[in-house]
Design a protein around this ligand. Structure first.
Ligand SMILES: C[S@@+](CC[C@H](N)C(=O)[O-])C[C@H]1O[C@@H](n2cnc3c(N)ncnc32)[C@H](O)[C@@H]1O
Length: 277
């Protein structure tokens, strides 16, 4: 009989599963995170009637449904923590410095990529601040937002949020851009229409052609889960995708130190911008 508690993962199974996750999403799990895998995946194993991780790994490797299961697995193991106006200083910097410079050079269109957007709070925050600054009337702006996790992308596409996503959001902004719907808040359809969401693995060789040429990339709070070779690969993709001039914003705890020297680093007080060109 299958137990309803946590299924323990053996050391060799953990090594193999970690390797599968790394090869598919570049997420590197430390040995101390064994409990996290057990906690997050035990329910899934039980749904599939497996009593051991050995059976689950076999399923992931050889079952005809292995592709679909990989999506389920990655949806379970990614960390999707995010909220509206997180690390806002970088968004303000783009609006007050990067975009005015581009406008002054006569640029009429702008493409922004929120790479690893989780449930959408980051790209929606960018769109709200662009709207507050009246920039949608001055330029043709396209915002792309991608994530590997299809479950969080579903939330983003519905645009429905709970109170927890609004920590730090001024009430006036929340009232202006969201409509209360029971226990959730629905994003303004006009803001929603500014963003194209789609699934994308930052490590996929196809990601660059999927997003095309960009002016600004926000890739925040995801590189911390990658090891150095994976970070280098992603940064190379960003460098190729950005036009000149191009701007890259990483999370506050992330850096290109020892990863890449192809960008010019600039500290603007509220954070760091990596510039191309
Ligand atoms: C902590 S959230 C960051 C969300 C947002 N950028 C922010 O700073 O608030 C990290 C996101 O990275 C995504 N992610 C992890 N590995 C990825 C990969 N290989 N490709 C694309 N997205 C990935 C996760 O699904 C998760 O939604």
């Amino acid at each position: 009989m299958i137990s309803t508690g946590t299924i323990k993962i053996k050391d060799d199974e953990f090594v193999e599963l970690k390797d599968i996750i790394y090869k598919n999403a570049a997420i590197a799990f430390a040995d101390s995170k064994k409990y996290l895998i057990e906690n997050r995946l035990s329910k899934r194993l039980q749904e599939l009637n497996f009593s051991s991780f050995k059976d689950y790994i076999y399923y992931l490797k050889y079952d005809p449904k292995k592709r679909e299961e990989m999506e389920v697995l990655l949806n379970q193991v990614t960390i999707n923590e995010t909220y509206f106006l997180r690390e806002r200083a970088q968004m303000d910097h783009m609006i007050k410095n990067i975009i005015p410079d581009l406008l002054a050079k006569g640029k009429k269109s702008l493409r922004i990529w929120s790479a690893a957007c989780s449930s959408g709070e980051e790209p929606y925050s960018i769109a709200i601040l662009l709207n507050e600054a009246g920039l949608f009337n001055k330029m043709n702006i396209e915002i792309l937002a991608t994530d590997i996790n299809t479950e969080v992308l579903g939330i983003a596409q519905k645009g429905l949020y709970r109170t927890i996503s609004f920590r730090g959001v001024p009430p006036a902004v929340q009232q202006k851009y969201f409509t209360k719907d029971g226990f959730t808040f629905k994003i303004d359809p006009m803001i929603m229409s500014k963003i194209k969401f789609f699934q994308g693995n930052l490590l996929s060789p196809m990601i660059g052609s999927k997003v095309g040429r960009l002016d600004v990339i926000f890739c925040r709070n995801v590189l911390i889960y990658f090891d150095i070779p994976a970070k280098q690969k992603v940064i190379e993709t960003f460098h190729k995708a950005l036009g000149v001039p191009g701007a890259l914003y990483l999370g506050h705890s992330e850096t290109l130190n020892k990863i890449s020297d192809s960008f010019k680093m600039e500290n603007f007080g509220g954070g760091i911008i990596y510039r191309k060109g």
